[in-house]
Every structure is written in structure tokens, then in C-alpha cells.
Ligand binder design. Sequence first.
Ligand code: ME8
Length: 502
Amino acid sequence: MEKFYITTPLYYVNDEPHIGHAYTTILADVISRFNRSIGKDVFFLTGTDEHGQKVQEASEKRGVPPKEHADEFVKRFKNAWKNLDINYDHFIRTTDENHKDKVKKILTSLYEKGDIYFDEYEGLYSVSEERFITEKEKEEGQFREVKTIKEKNYFFRMSKYQKKLIDHINNNEKFIRPRSRKNEILGFLKKPLNDLCISRPKSRLSWGIDLPFDNDYVTYVWFDALINYISGIGWGEKSSENFDNYWPADYHLMAKDILTTHCVYWPTMLMACDIDLPKSIFAHGWWLIDNMKMSKSIGNVVRPLDLANEYGSDSLRYYLMRNMVLGQDSTFTTNSFIERYNADLANDYGNVVNRVVILIKKYYDSKIPEPGEYNDIDKNLINQFNDLSNVINLHLESLKIHELIEIIFSKIRLINKYLEEKEPWKTYKTNPNQRDVTATTLYVSIECIRICTKLLNPIMPNKTKLVLNAIGSKESSLKFEEINFGQEIGCIPTLFPRIEFK
Ligand code: ME8
């Protein structure tokens, strides 16, 4: 069976999850579900990043030890993911003993190999980003709380792998996506790469993984966290079946804020360890509020669970997947959420399901009628569903989820149009001889609805399951004429009641 491995970033436990975190995690979940539905053996990894300055500061603010703080916030992430129907295979915490052992194992081997060395360094340090930055980065102004620090530290010879990394990026079109991000990284790599400071003296920061070769230092949080992508699937264990099966990852998903760490630090770390690089690093855009990035430090966050509790997890999942165009930023507003919900879910999808189910109930005692001959109008609609799985797979491969959804909805609108054209409510009443025509119309409609519902299942797992169960379609395929006539349709409540603007 073809393997598929996908990851999200490990989120810091310095605050609760917001819409931005929910977006990446739902995206990974949707992609996982689609890939499972086409028969792939999927591993989906997510988790939390628990060491380092940010978490230490957050725990100090609350006056609790950092591990206790992390334990509490991990629950909030897990609870959010449960309520948003995120079906991950493993949730990794960087405080897991197993992960810590593997980080130490890598540190030791790179130290012994000479790829980690001790040195005194004076440079610009961004407290907010927790890393040394270059003059140029300072000038670009994206880093806050910049100060000069002179310190003895351990360094990873990242510069040694610069040429190899550039070659890899150039030779592997899909390594960094979308293309604009690839160009950004190639631009960054035009300047000589510095070595990476991978330690923090305990005098300054104590919350981290001890360096195995120097007790006065802890590991830099990024060096620790990136390793999760392999430690989380059993790298370095005696029987590393999962690692052998799933690595290299098909996708590391994230937003553009953490592109450099993933496209420069992580691949060079892997090169130093002689481990294959991931197939694709994919950076999406930001969810904005009032043109500003939604972020914990700015405080302009929307809590996903508030929306999910009010309007349902399916609706939120749908909105996030539909309204963010691949690679671009997207603005979150409650109005755009309600508009999208009413137009697509209440009007288009909810309406067509409701219409057809009511007619079948009324005319055929809730049993799917046997179709007669298909006329041109029927055939036109049926043809629109031919080859749909190929189209879907193409969009899935390029991660164009919003376009994939648009294709499904264009089909849903066609079913509504088809009903308007064939008017089964008229053919049934006005001409009893045309009952065959009515039966055909309703059979074709419910069959097309089944296919659309099946396609929407990875995005809205709850409501679609309800529909599929009610129409008696279990492991249904995307092929037309799969549903049995005579099959009784169960009760389906109003799927998406219209939301009135407050
Ligand atoms: O960076 N729009 O964790 P983090 C879209 N621990 N996505 C957003 C977003 C927004 N406004 N805000 C956050 C870290 N995200 C590190 C990662 S990985 C080994 C270590 C999502 O809690 C997006 O996926 O700051 C982004 O990359 C991630 O959350 C950053 O989460």
C-alpha cells in the first residue's frame, strides 16, 4: 500500500490554540482523510513544542513550573483537536522522554563527528524569535527585541551544507512550495550561511533538553523541536518500522513564518545525520485580522472552539478550507464566515439534499426509486461526474483544496439546476405516465448527491457521514450508479440551518 506521511508544526504551549493553528491542523487532517479515502496508508503527526524561552516565560507569568504549565496547555490543544474532529495518528510532545533521548542521540553523534563545536560568539540576538540574526535581517525589521549578546556556545556547522542544500532545492522542484517560497529561500541562500547556535547557557535559560556533552547548557528549542518529525515515527529505535515505512515525509505543512527554520536548519541537520530529506515543505499564508497577522503576541486571536461550538466543527472546517487560497493570506471576519456558510452550506448543499430527500419520501415512501431510461438532460448531468476522481486527485496533489471544493460545489449547483429543469414535482403530479421520468430524476439526483457528499467527507466528516448513512451508502465509490434502488432513506435533519446576521 502506498505510504503517505504528513506533519504540522509543533505548536508552542505558551497560549491556547487559535484559528491559525486550527487551520494548519485541519488542512493536514483534510489531506490525510483524502489520501486515506484513495487507499493510501497515512501517518499524520502533530503535537506541541514545549521547551525554550517562550514557554518558560509563559509558565513564570502563571507562577507554575514549566512542565506543569505545558501539561495543562497540551490538554487544551488536544481538546481543540478532538472537537474539530482532527484524526491524527500520533501527538508528540517535545518533553516526551523518548523524543528527548533521540535529540540527545543526534547531538552526540554530530558532536563526535565534529559537526558541532564550541566557540565564543558576539552577535545580534532577537529575544522574541529566540535566535541570533544577521545585520541584514535586523535591517529588514521583522525581528523584535534585538540586542547584542556575547556568549560561549555550541554551534552546528550549517555552513558546511550550504552548497548541497542549494543543489537539492534546485534539483527538486517540489521540495519547497509554493514556488514563491522556494525563491525566497534561494535568495536567502545567496549570502554565506552562518553556523547555527544550538545551545543556550543555563544561566540564561534553563528550560530545555540538557546537552549530553555539557551540563551547563540546554539545547536550542528549534534544534530540539525539528527532530520531532523523525522521532515521532520511531527514528533511532531498535525496531523502527514506522520510520522505515513513512520517512521521508510527503509534506511538512506550516505557515510562511517558519519557512527558514524548516527549509534551511532542518534539511542541513538531516544532511549532517545522513538522513533523506522530506519530499515537500509547504508554507501557506496567514490568517489576518484587520490586515494584521492573527497572533498570540498581538492578542488579536479568534478561538476556533468558540466558532465550532456555535456553528459546528464541520462549518468551521469548511470555511477555513474554502476561504484560504493556496499560498496567499486570508482575512478572517465573522461576516465572511456567515456569508460563506449561508451561500454554500445552507443554500447550495443543504438545500439540494433536503429537496431530494423530501421528494423521495413523499412520492416513493422514502425508497430510492428505480430509474428508467436516461434522456439527454440526465446524461448531461451524469457526464459531469465522469472522471471526477482524476480531477480531484490532481488538485489534491497540488494541495489546491479551495479549488477542489469549488469543483465539488459547481457540481452541487448543477444538481440544483437539473432539478429546476426537470421539475420532478411537476412530472409526478401532472402526468402519471411520466412517473418513470420522476423516478429517473430523483435517482440521478440522489446518486449525484451521494458522490458530492462522499467528496466532501474529508472536509466535513460529521454531516456528510449523517447523509451517507441515511442513504445507506457505506464504503461508497465515486462511480455513478452505485447506489441500490429500493434502498430506504433514513431521516436527515436540516443539515445547515441558515444563520441570521446579528
Ligand atoms: O512556530 N495564520 O509554533 P507556533 C495561519 N513551535 N497559520 C498560523 C497563524 C496565522 N495567523 N498563526 C499560527 C512555532 N499559525 C514552533 C514550530 S515546528 C518544529 C516548531 C500556524 O505555535 C502555522 O502553521 O508559533 C504556523 O507556522 C504555526 O501555527 C506556528 O505555531
